[in-house]
Design a protein. Structure first.
Lengths: 564, 177
C-alpha cells in the first residue's frame, strides 16, 4: 500500500506531504469554515436578540437559533477543524503516509451527514432544546442521531491518527521522538476517545428514549455523563489550540520549546486530569458530596490548570528566546514590540494566548470553585467564560493557523492581505468584548439562554439593574465587531482557496516566509543561558490578576445570604 | 522546533531552566491554596450549599408544597398564594412550567430549610438581586438552610432553559422585619 502513496515536498518547510492526507486536510478545513459561517450567523442573531434595544428575533426562533449556534460552532466547526489538525500533525509533520485514507474519508462523510441531519432537525423547529438537551426536555430522534453519527465519524478520524503514528514509527519516517506539536495533537486525540465514549454512553439511550423504547432517563445521571463529553471536548480544544500555539511559534520564529520535558509533562497533565471537569457543571445540583465536588472540580488539586499555566510561560518564552537570539535584546519587551504584528497568523496566535489565559482561564477557575459557583451558575457569566476559552482561545488560534494552511496545503497565494492583517484584531477584540460584557452581566445576575431580560409578559414583575442593560448593549456591539471579523476571515479564506493564484509545483508562496533556522541560544534545557525577562513579567502580571480576581469573588460570595 | 522531533534525542534527561522550575513551583502552590480554600470555607465561610438531597416523586413534592400553602397562606397576589410559614420551618418551592410556586414571605435573620424541586423539566433557581443560583431537577428534593439577612422584595428568575415560555417564569420572595 505504501508504494502507491504519492508525496510532494513543501518548498517552504521542506516537509514531505502525502497527497491523500493533504486532500483530507482540505475537505475537513473547508467543512469546518462552512459551519463556522453558519454557526457564527446564528450567534450574531442571538446577540442582537439579547440586546434589549434591538430584540431582533421572536422567542421561539431565538431558542432555535441558540440551539443551532451552540451545535454548529462548539461542535461542528471545531471538530472538523480538529480532524484537519490531526491529519496535519501526524502525516505531514512526521513525513509519513496517512494510514487508511479510505477510513478517514468514511469518517468525514459520517461527520458531514450527522451535522446535516442535526441541523435540518433543529431548523424544523421541534428540537429547540439547546445544545445540552437536558432531559426531560425531548428533541426529535434525528437530533440525537445526527450527533451520534458525527461523533462516530470523529472517532474514526482519531483512530486514523493513531494508526498513522504507528505507520510512521514502523516505516521510520522520523528520527527519535515525535515533535511536540504531534505530541499535543495526540493528547487531544486521546481525550477525544474518552469524550466520544462518554457521549455514546449517554446519547444512545437518550435516542432510544426519544424513540419511545426507554421510559425514563435520570436527569442527574444524564447531566453528569453528558458533561463528561461536553466539558472534555473543550479540553480537546485546549490541547489542540496549545499545539497550534507551539506550531505557529515554530513556523514563524523557528522557536524551540524551552524544555521538551516540561511542555510534554504539561500535556500529560491534560490527559490525566481534564476529564474530571464534568463536576464543573454539577456544583449546585442535588445528590453530590462536597468531597466529590472539590476533588473533581479542581482537577485533583488543579493539576490540569497547572498544565495550562506552564504552557502560558513556555510558549511566549520560546518566542522570546528566538527573538533575542536574533538581536532583539533591548529592554524587557523589544522582542515583543518588534514581533511581526502584521502577520495574521502570529497576531491571532498571540491574542489567543493572552485572551485564553486572562479572560477564559482565570474566569473558568474562579467559576469552578465549589462555593463561588453559587453566584455564577447559569448566569451569563458562564457563556462569558467559555467565549473566552473556545472563541478567543480556540477559534482565534484555528483562524491563525489557517493563514498558513492556505498557502502551504491548499497551495494558493493568500488574497486580500490587507483584510487578513486586520482580521485577527477585529475578531479578537470583538470576542474579548463579548466575553467581558457577558461576564459583567452575569455578575449582575442576568440569566443565560433567556429571551427577555425585561420580563415584559411575565405575571410577576422583575427588573435587573440598569447596568445590566448597558452590559447587554455593549455585548451586542462587540458581537457585531466579532461577526465582522468572522466575515473578513471567510472572505479571505474562501477568496484565496477559490480565486487565489495557484502556486506552481515547487514554487514558494510569498507568504508565509521560510521559518528561520533555530537559534543557537534556544538550546533547550540550557538552564544557564535562558533569559526571558519579558515573559517573566507577563507571567507575573497574569498571576497577580489571577490572585486578585480570585479573592474578589470570595468577597462577593461572602455578601450573599448565609446558606448551609 | 516544536514541529520537528526534539534535537536532543534523550530530551527527558535535559535539565529544566530555573525560571521554569520556579514558575511550576509557584503555580503548583497556588493550586494547593485554591484547593484548600474550598475546604477552609466549609468551616469558616457562611455560604455553603448543603449536600442534603432526596429522591422524590414529583406528585409527592407538589403535595408537600400544597400542604404548606394550605396551612400558612396569608394573602393572594396576582393569582399566587403568599405563604408566611413560621421561622425555622421546612419550606417548599416548586419550579414548574412557567412559574415558581408559591410566593414565600420570610422573616429577616431567621433560618428556614428550603426544599427545591421541579414537577416537570429542569429549572434554574436564580434569586435576584442577591444572585444565588441553584439547579432544580424533577425527581430530586434539594434541601438547604437559608437565612435572609436583608429585608426586601426578591425576584426568582428561571435560569435553566425549560421551554418556549422560559422567560415568563418569575417568582418572588418577600423578606420582612
Amino acid at each position: 500500500m505504501s508504494n502507491s502513496t504519492e508525496f510532494r515536498t513543501c518548498p517552504t518547510t521542506g516537509l514531505k506531504v502525502d497527497l491523500a492526507a493533504e486532500k483530507l486536510i482540505k475537505v475537513n478545513a473547508v467543512a469546518a469554515v462552512v459551519f463556522l459561517a453558519i454557526g457564527g450567523l446564528f450567534g450574531l442573531l442571538v446577540a442582537l436578540t439579547r440586546w434589549p434595544e434591538v430584540h431582533l428575533l421572536p422567542a421561539d426562533f431565538f431558542y432555535l437559533a441558540l440551539t443551532a449556534h451552540g451545535l454548529d460552532v462548539l461542535l461542528v466547526w471545531i471538530i472538523f477543524f480538529e480532524m484537519a489538525v490531526l491529519y496535519f500533525a501526524s502525516a505531514v509533520l512526521l513525513g509519513s503516509r496517512l494510514a487508511a485514507p479510505k477510513f478517514a474519508w468514511a469518517g468525514f462523510v459520517l461527520m458531514l451527514v450527522g451535522a446535516l441531519i442535526t441541523n435540518v432537525v433543529v431548523l424544523q423547529g421541534g428540537s429547540s432544546v439547546m445544545f445540552t438537551s437536558y432531559v426531560p426536555l425531548k428533541a426529535e430522534p434525528g437530533f440525537y442521531l445526527g450527533i451520534i453519527l458525527f461523533a462516530v465519524g470523529a472517532l474514526i478520524g482519531c483512530f486514523v491518527f493513531f494508526a498513522t503514528l504507528v505507520v510512521a514509527r514502523q516505516e521510520r519516517t522520523y528520527q527519535g521522538s515525535i515533535p511536540l506539536v504531534t505530541f499535543g495533537a495526540m493528547t487531544a486525540a486521546i481525550i477525544a476517545v474518552f469524550t466520544i465514549a462518554s457521549g455514546a454512553i449517554i446519547l444512545i439511550p437518550t435516542l432510544l428514549w426519544s424513540l419511545g423504547y426507554v421510559s425514563n432517563i435520570d436527569p442527574i445521571l444524564y447531566k453528569t455523563i453528558w458533561w463528561a463529553m461536553g466539558h472534555s471536548s473543550q479540553q480537546i480544544n485546549v490541547a489542540a489550540h496549545v499545539s497550534i500555539w507551539y506550531a505557529i511559534a515554530a513556523m514563524t520564529f523557528g522557536a524551540k520549546p524551552l524544555s521538551e520535558k516540561v511542555s510534554r509533562m504539561a500535556f500529560l497533565m491534560y490527559i490525566l486530569f481534564l476529564q474530571l471537569a464534568s463536576a464543573h457543571h454539577m456544583l449546585v445540583e442535588p445528590g453530590f458530596s462536597s468531597e466529590w465536588k472539590i476533588f473533581n472540580t479542581s482537577y485533583a488539586m488543579y493539576l490540569a490548570v497547572l498544565g495550562s499555566m506552564i504552557h502560558g510561560m513556555t510558549v511566549p518564552g520560546s518566542i522570546e528566546v528566538a527573538q533575542r537570539s536574533r538581536g532583539l535584546t533591548k529592554g524587557m519587551f523589544e522582542w515583543l514590540r518588534k514581533a511581526p504584528w502584521g502577520n495574521p497568523a502570529f497576531a491571532g496566535m498571540f491574542m489567543s494566548l493572552v485572551f485564553f489565559g486572562f479572560i477564559g482561564g482565570i474566569s473558568g477557575v474562579v467559576m469552578g470553585t465549589e462555593q463561588i459557583n453559587l453566584i455564577m451558575h447559569n448566569t451569563l457569566y458562564v457563556p462569558g467564560h467559555f467565549h473566552g476559552t473556545v472563541v478567543a482561545g480556540t477559534t482565534l488560534a484555528f483562524m491563525a493557523i489557517t493563514y498558513y494552511l492556505v498557502p502551504l496545503i491548499f497551495r494558493r497565494e493568500l488574497k486580500f492581505m490587507a483584510v487578513a492583517k486586520l482580521q485577527p484584531y477585529v475578531f479578537g477584540i470583538g470576542v474579548a468584548g463579548i466575553s467581558v460584557f457577558m461576564m459583567g452581566a452575569g455578575t449582575l445576575g442576568v440569566s443565560r439562554r433567556h429571551w427577555d431580560m425585561q420580563f415584559a409578559d411575565a405575571v410577576l414583575p422583575f427588573d435587573y439593574p440598569s447596568a445590566a442593560f448597558l452590559m447587554m448593549g455593549l455585548n451586542g456591539m462587540s458581537a457585531i465587531l466579532a461577526a465582522l471579523g468572522g466575515i473578513m476571515f471567510v472572505v479571505v479564506v474562501v477568496g484565496s482557496v477559490f480565486f487565489g493564484r495557484k502556486l506552481e509545483k515547487d514554487e514558494k508562496p510569498s507568504y508565509p516566509e521560510v521559518p528561520p533556522q533555530s537559534a543557537v541560544v534556544a538550546q533547550h534545557g540550557s538552564s544557564e543561558s535562558l533569559k526571558i525577562p519579558g515573559t517573566t513579567m507577563l507571567v507575573a502580571i497574569f498571576f497577580i490578576a489571577f490572585v486578585l480576581y480570585y479573592f474578589v469573588n470570595w468577597k462577593y460570595l461572602s455578601e450573599i445570604w448565609p446558606l448551609s | 522546533m516544536a514541529i520537528t522531533p526534539p534535537s536532543e534525542r534523550i530530551w527527558w534527561k535535559e535539565p529544566i531552566a530555573k525560571i521554569e522550575l520556579y514558575w511550576i513551583i509557584i503555580a503548583f502552590t497556588w493550586g494547593l491554596i485554591m484547593f484548600f480554600m474550598m475546604i477552609y470555607w466549609h468551616g469558616a465561610g457562611e455560604q455553603n450549599l448543603s449536600n442534603e438531597a432526596y429522591k422524590i416523586k414529583p406528585e409527592r413534592f407538589a403535595e408537600h408544597t400544597q400542604d404548606m400553602i394550605d396551612a400558612y397562606t396569608v394573602r393572594n397576589e396576582s393569582g399566587f398564594p403568599v405563604v408566611h410559614p413560621p421561622a425555622g420551618e421546612d419550606i417548599y418551592l416548586t419550579g414548574r412550567l412557567y412559574n415558581w410556586w408559591p410566593i414565600l414571605e420570610l422573616e429577616k435573620d431567621q433560618s428556614y430549610r428550603l426544599h427545591l424541586s421541579s414537577t416537570d423539566v429542569q429549572h434554574g433557581f436564580s434569586l435576584q438581586p442577591v444572585n444565588i443560583n441553584v439547579q432544580v431537577h424533577p425527581g430530586y428534593d434539594l434541601v438547604f438552610t437559608i437565612r435572609p439577612d436583608r429585608a426586601g422584595e426578591y425576584g426568582i428568575v428561571c435560569n435553566e432553559f425549560c421551554g418556549v415560555g422560559h422567560h415568563l417564569m418569575v417568582g418572588k420572595i418577600y423578606v420582612v422585619e
